[in-house]
Design a protein around this ligand. Structure first.
Ligand code: SF4
Length: 683
């Protein structure tokens, strides 16, 4: 006998619903869940095989404690006691906490509360810092709220879709499905990407721009729109401020079609066509992902996208919007829950004394003053050995592979007095820890996660956790109790945590597990128990103080590192449909691993000829920070002058190459563009 447990996919932030098939008390398969309005029963390969890693033999099943240099199994009592003793004697505010965008809202909420109260530390961040912090910061600056403005099903209504820096059909395949459906209904599709990705192959217009030239392209499009008088005057006058300064910037000659064509490496006529389609279609939805956000000008890129959409009146309307396609399943929720160094749950400012008082009253204890350090600042503080950070608590993240120029991270972590990691597998970071806790993962815990379209959805327990694994929140509560915070962390279950979340997070105030049990769940903001949720943001006013959207003049700046005689190629990177991020789950899924089990370097035939490289030759790619060796894949699907690697393979870690330059506003690194050279090293 078997039964189905409906839940939400653990991979990307599309948030597809699926059924876990449970046989003899264990998850045995995945099946479609046709009632989910997000994906209507359809799944991409990752979702279709989402069950395969759950009972993998590599799962952590007991706590591990380092003894004589080795991690060895320990009892919960010993491991919890050791961690509590270390934190009892640690100076307040010296622990850095990295939360997990793969964990539930309940786990993330408890972790930031734990950091700010039990550890008295403001230093809490999550992997959004490395993927979409520029979306959160940039859109909050412009609209007052840093989230996707429209919904996935709304994309289907659009008459023009402008995809920039998103390999949608591989990274968010069920969002890609909406794009294809819109096109079948007559929408025009523009894709700006240095590679002819699967979605670019479907495009009516592909702009294969050079990495890091997005602002030049967007400003040139806006200049053309203004020159032709295609801007939406009514929207600009009624709903925005700052238009004149933005116009002064984009009307400069450096953004003429011809000059932008030279900067971006795309034909001037194609930029003009893109401008015409965006401005003259009845609606245009702009979708972007990490091709826009992972730059030292990531916030500028995001604000430039917002400028274009406000200029053409495409915000707050069906079929329009500025839509960041967030990465991990719950990266939106980790941010909503306040796992950011400058905000509490609901983006309430840490620096505001009144807000801090509110949380002290709600939690019944003192709360650390902030803002704290970002993820990237934590690591650079450790590299510099400043002493500001003495210990680190990592929940389900892997900075050893995820950070730019990651060759230095293990050495930085060695400066810690104490490192605790909780995870489902022994990650590269967990292998360096003093204590490792085994965690109940997907299919083993109840809770909620929030997709990119702000939809707060249930995840459900289908089997008991493997071995002695426990939910993240439960481990944190056990430590808190040992440190005298039993009252503040005495939750009976995840439902009790969610009720507390709703009581302190205005956007979630009208939600509870009963309302979220429906397949369509609820999209925030949902302000009261009779509020129906919000599929489209900013319909009548923005969430800025005066309700107006803010145009910003954005000047084009090239990437922090550009090609030169020694490093003549631009390196960029991305994902494949078969794997997810660093692959801790998908590499343990036999069906996915069978499809793709190793990295490659994609290179244009012209560049391959210059380098004397042929298909399948082994090449060494080197930047100023490190080298990797891997087979070449010669392909005209990538533009000349640019080489590409997938990010999923630790043995060919892209971040040995990437640049550590940071965005000045949100501190996101410039993952997506750096200079490299290559040489053939074998066949
Ligand atoms: Fe899962 Fe994303 Fe694929 Fe949907 S599109 S099944 S959420 S990985």
């Amino acid at each position: 006998m078997f039964h189905y447990v409906p839940t939400t996919c653990p991979y990307c932030a599309t948030g597809c619903g699926l059924n876990l098939v449970v046989k003899d008390g264990r998850v045995a398969d995945t099946a479609p869940w046709h009632r989910s309005p997000v994906n209507e029963g359809k799944l991409c390969p990752k979702g279709a095989h989402a069950h395969e890693f759950i009972n993998h033999p590599d799962r952590l099943t007991t706590p591990l404690v380092r003894k004589a240099g080795q991690l060895v199994p320990a009892s919960w009592d010993e491991a919890l006691g050791l961690v509590a003793a270390k934190f009892r004697s640690a100076p307040p505010g010296t622990t850095a906490c990295l939360s997990s965008s793969r964990a539930t809202n309940e786990d993330n909420y408890v972790f930031q509360k734990f950091a700010r109260t039990v550890l008295a530390s403001p230093h809490i961040d999550n992997c959004a810092r490395l993927c979409h912090s520029s979306s959160v910061t940039g859109l909050a600056m412009v609209f007052g709220s840093g989230a996707m403005t429209n919904s996935f099903d709304d994309i289907e209504l659009s008459k023009c879709i402008f995809v920039i820096g998103s390999n949608t059909l591989e990274n968010h395949p069920l969002v890609g499905r909406r794009v294809i459906l819109a096109r079948q209904h007559g929408a025009k599709l523009i894709v700006a990407d240095p590679r002819r990705t699967p979605v670019a192959k479907q495009a009516d217009l592909h702009l294969p721009l050079l990495p890091g030239t997005d602002v030049a392209l967007l400003n040139a499009m806006m200049r053309e729109i203004l020159r032709q008088g295609w801007e939406d005057r009514e929207f600009i006058d009624a709903r925005t401020t700052g238009f004149a300064a933005m116009k002064d910037e984009v009307m400069q000659d450096r953004y003429s079609l011809e000059n932008a064509a030279k900067t971006c490496g795309v034909p001037a006529a194609d930029i003009a066509t893109a401008a015409s389609w965006v401005a003259q279609s009845p609606s245009c939805s702009l979708l972007f992902a990490m091709g826009i956000t992972q730059h030292a000008v990531g916030v500028d890129n995001v604000r430039s996208c917002a400028n274009l959409q406000m200029l053409t009146g495409n915000v707050g309307n069906p079929g329009g919007g500025v839509n960041p396609l967030r990465g991990q399943n719950n990266v939106q929720g980790a941010c909503d829950m306040g796992c950011l160094p400058d905000v509490f749950p609901g983006y309430q400012k840490v620096a505001d004394p009144e807000v801090r008082k509110k949380f002290e009253a709600a939690w019944g204890c003192a709360v650390a003053e902030g803002p704290g350090l970002t993820h990237t600042e934590m690591i650079s503080s450790l590299e510099a050995d400043t002493g500001a950070i003495r210990s680190m608590y990592v929940m389900g993240e892997n900075p050893v592979l995820a950070d730019p120029g990651c060759g230095n991270v293990p050495e930085a972590l060695r400066h810690l007095d104490f490192l605790v990691v909780q995870d489902i597998f022994l990650s590269e970071t967990a292998a360096l820890a003093d204590v490792v806790f085994p965690v109940a993962g997907f299919g083993e815990r109840d809770g909620t996660q929030t997709s990119a379209e702000r939809r707060v959805q249930r995840v459900r327990k289908a089997q008991d956790p493997v071995g002695e694994a426990k939910p993240d929140w439960k481990i944190l509560c056990d430590i808190a109790a040992r440190l005298g915070f039993e009252k503040q962390f005495s939750y009976a279950d995840s439902d009790a945590i969610f009720r507390e979340i709703a009581s302190v997070t205005p956007q979630y105030a009208g939600m509870d597990y009963v309302r979220l049990d429906r397949p369509e769940a609820l999209q925030w903001p949902c302000l009261s128990s009779d509020h129906k949720g919000t599929p489209i943001l900013h319909r009548d006013r923005f969430t800025t103080p005066d309700g107006k959207g803010i145009f910003t003049p954005i000047a084009f700046h090239p990437p922090a590192e550009v090609p030169d005689a020694e490093y003549p190629l631009i390196f960029t990177n991305g994902r494949s449909i078969w794997h997810w991020h660093w692959g801790s789950m998908t590499h343990r899924s036999p069906s996915l691993e069978r499809e793709l089990s190793g990295a490659w370097l994609e290179i244009h035939p012209d560049d391959a000829r210059t380098a004397g490289v042929r298909d399948d030759d082994v090449v060494r790619v080197s930047s100023r920070r490190g080298s990797v060796e891997l087979p070449a894949r010669v392909s005209s699907a990538i533009r000349p002058g640019v080489v590409f690697m997938p990010i999923h393979f630790g043995e060919s870690a892209v971040n040995l190459l990437t640049n550590t330059a940071l965005d000045p506003f949100c501190r996101i690194p410039e993952f997506k563009a750096c200079a490299v050279k290559l040489e053939k090293v074998g066949k």
